[in-house]
Design a protein around this ligand. Structure first.
Ligand code: CA
Ligand code: CA
Ligand code: CA
Length: 735
């Protein structure tokens, strides 16, 4: 990834991708490199077998005649082992020894089996896998092995040995980068194939929105062409098209998954498992720039198609929340390159590396001495770990090349993660990240520069994983309810993660839907809060998924509020007959009362619907009273928030009393006695009100309801009156 600044053009964000690149065509280097490799493979040692036993003195004389700086490692009879000090002397020493008449065999020590980890001819350049303290490069050749610090590697060979027989499943790594040479002989077998897509028929066979996406997708060009070739007359080979150069992504792909032991090129870190590389091209053109919108689409594609890991060897200084969101919602482990500007990511953020997500590892690069390169970014709050990233030999379109940078370090970690993923099903990114970070090869020089000062020790990680890998087999649980809320219905959603990997995404679609409709959580409406508000009743389908890929889909029927408000009416007539008070009590249990109105006369609901029709009433605690002046029929109208209406009529009629009788016309009471005086009116439907009054309240009092209380000795008259003027008296004697 690039030390170039992020540029903006046509509202698109350009992603820098420039690597520290030494492109080298292998036609030049193949033969020249052989001698150097021989020296390394032999460990600098020459095995000598003489035709007959040879004495110590004779051996010394022989060596003296060679004029080559060497030590005798071992001598016994007709056998000797010589150790050559300068690798430049190695081939010459063998040639000269072979010419000596007493020598039967002179050859490099066959330590190939212990030093070389595969038969891949450039495997020895891969110091990230096994670093014996020196390594050949594809450039500067035979006489020029690069020195290194022994064991600055990821203990990959040991990890492979340990993993033997323990890998149980296919691991898919999405390469979101430039394109990938999917025909490369060192990659082809390990390229992901979409099982349900038929090539070149112009049909989106698997209905995922991409036509003929057999080996991933080219988001840059908007088609299925994940690699762009140009035939080279000079080399008689298909190499990268300089106008749309796919070398970078091909290089990344090889680091992760180049085929091991095929007598070809190199071995990927994750090559000894069932690895599948998914090319998703977002960067293109001559310098490999791209758009963030394509990156987001590519991440969604990888999620949808079931990738486990996603390598992001690119970045931008612009923070894009939408990118962070889509990463957070994916059940993949992301490995992001930290940048090649030699700057501090705490202060000069690079995204996506700087997103602090449980499913993201940010990676800077070190050289074979275990040091940061001057262009390695650092950041003790922002960069998770380091990985080998200098002089990395890997595949490019049609050939091989050496590249350096954090772009090359990220895929080393992606390869490490893939090895762990191969050990079981239903694993999840946060756990894999934890195991990788807890099992680093510590490099003290990195202390204070990055969060975890070290590079993956894959052997240790694999060892730890046998006990520490966590599985989440349980799909999330979903439950719902409906709360009517005025015009809307609120559906609170309860989602529970049962297996420990956490919920990654929650989405919904209107209608009865299936799991497929959610495309592994990349489709449907995202649920931001723990509820949704809807205006339409009906079936809603919800989707939840955790980070281990377990999915739940559940439909829920939102019942419409079809119950009309319940209205009950009553009225009273004032004593002076001037006003009548109508009281309406309204019950509405679902969406709630939106409006209450009344009109004089017998009315229908539709009479109230025009704006301004009827007199608006303010309901309080389900009750409202209003005054009218004259008798007659009145209609009360109520409508709830879902549009259910009720009309209720009441006939207000003033009926004067024609007769008034009391339960007693006189009564004797003792001080402290109580008595309720009953008044009977005729007719029964009279609207008259009754009032009670005691003429001497010192003797006895009476309440509005006719309850008499005797206070002291004496007498009083209780006067009972109706609204219409009827009057009776009851004499109370208190003794
Ligand atoms: Ca398709
Ligand atoms: Ca097709
Ligand atoms: Ca190979």
């Amino acid at each position: 990834m690039g030390n170039r600044k992020t540029r903006y053009s046509n509202n698109y964000i350009i992603i820098g991708l420039k690597v520290l690149l030494i492109l080298f065509l292998m036609q030049f280097v193949f033969s020249a490199i052989t001698g150097a490799i021989e020296y390394q493979k032999a460990g600098g040692e020459i095995v000598l077998l003489f035709k007959e036993d040879i004495s110590k003195a004779e051996l010394k004389d022989l060596i003296k005649s060679l004029d080559i700086d060497l030590d005798i490692g071992y001598h016994n009879g007709d056998y000797a082992l010589l150790s050559i000090k300068r690798r430049s002397d190695f081939s010459r020493a063998i040639r000269q020894l072979q010419k000596k008449p007493e020598v039967h065999i002179a050859q490099g020590n066959s330590s190939i089996e212990t030093l070389g980890f595969s038969n891949d001819p450039y495997g020895d350049t891969q110091w990230a896998i096994a670093n014996p303290g020196y390594y050949p490069t594809l450039s500067s050749l035979d006489s020029n092995f690069k020195s290194a610090v022994m064991d600055i590697d990821m203990d990959v060979v040991e990890a492979w040995e340990q993993l033997e027989g323990k890998t149980t499943r296919e691991v898919i790594v999405a390469i979101i980068d430039t394109g990938v040479d999917y025909k490369h002989p060192d990659l082809a077998e390990n390229i992901w194939t979409n099982p349900k897509e038929i090539a070149d028929d112009g049909i989106d066979n698997d209905n995922n929105g991409y036509i003929d996406d057999v080996h991933g997708w080219d988001f840059y060009n908007g088609d299925a062409s994940v690699c762009h070739y140009q035939y080279s007359e000079k080399y008689q080979l298909y190499l990268a098209d300089p106008k749309d150069n796919d070398n970078h992504g091909t290089h990344v792909a090889g680091i992760i998954g180049a085929i091991a032991n095929n007598n070809e090129g190199i071995a990927g870190i994750a090559s000894k498992i069932d690895i599948k590389l998914m090319p998703l091209k977002i960067n293109g053109g001559a310098d490999g720039t791209g758009r963030i919108s394509d990156a987001i689409e590519a991440i969604k594609y990888a999620t949808m198609m079931g990738a486990d890991i996603c390598n992001l060897s690119w970045g931008t200084s612009k923070n894009i929340p939408a990118l962070e969101q889509v990463m957070k919602e994916a059940d993949m482990l992301f490995i992001a390159a930290a940048g090649n500007a030699g700057t501090n990511n705490n202060q000069n953020p690079i995204y996506p590396a700087n997103f602090r997500l449980d499913n993201l590892i940010s990676v800077t690069f070190i050289n074979s001495y275990g040091k940061l390169n001057k262009l390695s970014n650092y950041g003790n709050l922002t960069i998770d770990l380091a990985a080998p990233g200098e002089d990395v030999v890997s595949t490019t379109v049609g050939t091989y090349a050496t590249m350096s940078g954090s772009s090359m370090a990220a895929p080393q970690v992606a390869g490490a993660a893939a090895l762990l993923y191969s050990m079981d099903e239903n694993l999840y990114p946060a756990n894999i990240k934890e195991i990788l970070i807890n099992n680093l090869k510590l490099i003290p020089d990195l202390e204070g520069l990055i969060i975890n000062p070290g590079i993956p020790n894959i052997q240790l990680a694999v060892q730890a994983a046998t006990e520490q890998l966590k599985k989440d087999m349980d799909a999330p649980e979903l439950s719902f309810e409906t709360i009517y809320n005025k015009e809307r219905m609120t559906i609170p959603i309860k989602v529970e993660d049962l297996g420990g990997s956490n919920i990654r995404v929650l989405r919904w679609i209107y209608g009865e839907r299936s799991l497929e409709d959610f495309y592994r959580g990349t489709s449907g409406t995202r649920i931001e809060e723990d509820y949704i508000d809807v205006v339409k009743a009906g079936i809603y389908t919800f989707y939840a998924s955790d980070y281990a890929g377990n999915e739940t889909v559940k439909s829920y029927k939102v019942e419409e509020d079809v119950t009309a408000p319940k209205v009950s009416l009553s009225y009273t007539v004032a004593n002076n007959f001037k006003t009548r008070t109508i009281t309406a009590r309204i019950k509405e249990m679902q969406s709630g009362i939106k409006r209450v109105k009344y009109m004089k006369g017998s009315k229908k609901a539709k009479d109230f619907l025009p704006e301004g029709a009827g007199t608006e009433l303010q309901l309080k605690d389900g009750k409202v009273s209003f005054k009218v002046k004259i008798d007659g029929v009145y209609t009360v109208f109520a409508i709830d928030y879902r549009g259910n209406t009720t009309v209720k009529e009441i006939e207000v009629k003033t009926v004067e009393a024609s007769d008034l009788k009391l339960s007693r016309t006189s009564k004797t009471m003792k001080v402290g006695d109580r008595y309720t005086l009953l008044a009977y009116l005729k007719p029964v439907d009279t609207t008259d009100m009754i009032t009670f009054k005691s003429t001497n309240e010192e003797v006895a009092t009476i309440t509005k309801q006719g309850k008499i209380k005797a206070i002291k000795e004496g007498y009083t008259d209780i006067i009972v009156k109706t609204s219409s003027g009827l009057q009776r008296v009851c004499r109370i004697n208190v003794k």
